[in-house]
Design a protein around this ligand. Structure first.
Ligand SMILES: [Zn+2]
Length: 295
């Protein structure tokens, strides 16, 4: 083949198969909660009935967009955002970076991690908060207000830890977490090597010292960029079984839950169950904290 023919052939191949180049790009999953968003500082911001909910939605999408920019700068070619707060319909698609796909609204079997599977290269937690009863954690809770403590295989976890266990099941690394300092410390303790971006300092469960918004968003973008750039997929972590223990703030939910034969009420306020896989355990945890109506 003459040189010109070779060049023509190369040009033809790269025209017909542009996917070859794109296949090297990373697929990034971003789970966005609200309490740990830059600037969010009050109960009247975090649910649709609240007077300042509209403001908080704007703040939330700005942090999400900073993370999306960072992901693309870090080598992502596909970004999936999952709205992970409350009724999970907080992010307005018209305000979101147009390059990202958005999972919106509930019911989702996997809640804050809906849509995740082993095809992703990296996961980012944006706007996360500390677990229930964490001293000093701003808006500290786990799943909903009814949980006092959640343990998976003997380890007390918050939403970040629970979601990280599901990520480990799929072998996708959680590379960056953003939130207040207590939330970031908590997730760092269960996900070695993760990058943390502190966007505000919790003074206690209500009071907070906010960083300037532009600084916080700049750091989110950089933290996600570096996290995605250096992401390496670990082996999938699949244990033989997942034992879950949940302590509640009331006695009624454990009593209702004991109607399921696989759930044992081990104390007036505590239930325990075992599932063979983390996705199955995750689903049942969500049912117990969110979908039992004791009225
Ligand atoms: Zn949350």
């Amino acid at each position: 083949m003459r040189l010109t023919s070779v060049l023509c052939f190369v040009a033809f191949v790269s025209f017909v198969f542009p996917v070859v180049a794109e296949a090297q790009g990373k697929k990034v999953y971003i789970s966005v909660d609200m309490e740990g968003i830059s600037g969010v500082n009050g109960d009247d911001q975090t649910s649709p009935g609240g007077a300042e909910y509209g403001r908080a939605r704007k703040l939330m999408v700005e942090d999400a967009n900073a993370a999306i920019r960072g992901a693309f700068e870090g080598g992502a070619t596909d970004v999936l955002v999952n709205d992970s707060h409350g009724h999970q319909r907080n992010l307005l698609p018209e305000d979101l970076d147009p390059r990202a796909r958005l999972i919106s609204h509930t019911f989702k079997r996997y809640g804050m991690m809906e849509g995740l599977d082993e095809t992703f290269d990296a996961i980012v937690f944006v706007g996360y908060h500390a677990k229930a009863d964490a001293p000093r954690g701003l808006f500290a809770h786990t799943g909903s207000g009814v949980v006092r403590d959640l343990q998976v295989n003997g380890r007390s976890v918050g939403e970040g830890g629970m979601n990280a266990a599901l990520a480990a099941w799929y072998g996708v690394p959680v590379v960056t977490v953003t939130g207040d300092d207590t939330a970031v410390d908590e997730v760092k303790a269960v996900v070695p090597g993760i990058r943390g971006v502190v966007v505000k300092r919790a003074i206690n469960i209500r009071a907070v010292e906010l960083r300037p918004l532009a600084d916080a968003r700049r750091d989110i973008q950089a933290g996600v960029r570096e996290g995605v750039q250096t992401a390496k997929k670990p082996a999938r972590e699949r244990l033989n079984s997942y034992q879950v223990r949940m302590q509640f703030r009331n006695f009624t939910i454990p009593e209702v839950a004991s109607a399921f034969t696989e759930i044992t009420q081990v104390a007036p306020d505590t239930v325990q169950f075992t599932r063979p896989t983390m996705p199955e355990a995750y689903r049942l945890i969500r049912v117990l904290y969110r979908f039992i109506n004791t009225d």
